[in-house]
Design a protein around this ligand. Sequence first.
Ligand code: ATP
Length: 308
Amino acid sequence: MSAPAVEISGLVKRYGSATAVDGLDLRMPRGRLLALLGPNGAGKTTTVEICEGFRRADAGTVRVLGLDPVADGARLRPRIGVMPQGGGAYPGVRADEMLALVASCAANPLDPAWLLDVLGLASARRTPYKRLSGGLQQRLSLACALVGRPELVFLDEPTAGMDPQARHLVWDLLGALRSDGVSILLTTHLMEEAEALADDVVIVDGGRVVTSGTPGELTAEGADAGRLRFRARPGLDTELLAAALPEGYRVQESTRGAYRVDGEVDPQVVSAVTAWCAQHGVLAEELHVGRRDLEEVFLELTGRELRT
Ligand SMILES: Nc1ncnc2c1ncn2[C@@H]1O[C@H](COP(=O)(O)OP(=O)(O)OP(=O)(O)O)[C@@H](O)[C@H]1O
């Protein structure tokens, strides 16, 4: 049986007296898309850079495709693709030159022209790197990670700084790669990205895994079944709203402008909430009954917001 795409056990990484990764465990089977989700400074980049062989662990073991990223680096590198955070290239290199250069290092590369086209870079192919917008630089960096037909790709915040259209284009491409059996580990602090793409989500905070599972498992209703949630202007008088509901219901502003009604929800309660909002000139947006989202999962586990 082939080794997992990534297997991490008890990983620790310190920078001076600060512990960036603090005993992290993770197992990623092949052919899946795993999202490492967490706020800024959670230790995502450090973890990924150790997997890529760019940093050394202080403790713990890391195996990537069954190999040690440092000791077996030469065997591992041709099999993985890496998109680092922030990218980077010689400022004067043109997009097509850059991709052709990376492709020339691979045994069986994809057609660079095709990849530029798929990523919406065809019209910018002659543009020097320094004159590409941040979003186009990101796309070129993604193309460089993929052109060598890797079995496993590490993408560090692949859609950071992209507009929604480009983000969806990248999501579509990642979905297609995953369908082709490529293993993908990406970091993100966008819960929408994790929800849209991931087979598995690992939520990290303070260098540790807070929870993990499929998006469906993490947001499963459980004790939360039937909760009513909505968004509105921050600072609503939640006690006043609760007083307009039948006995026993509680209302909380769980994060700024995000409200949650605790108690069994029936049509009368939905009607009472919207009527109260109407009386107070409040537009209740995104009103829904049921599942929580990953943002709420993180908040409930850590008491803090994912978005920082
Ligand atoms: N080279 C470094 N020297 C010192 N401290 C560092 C270094 N790189 C990261 N850190 C610190 O380690 C912690 C984890 O950083 P890391 O970049 O791994 O987190 P992250 O989850 O990727 O965050 P972000 O989403 O902001 O990229 C942070 O407190 C960060 O300041």
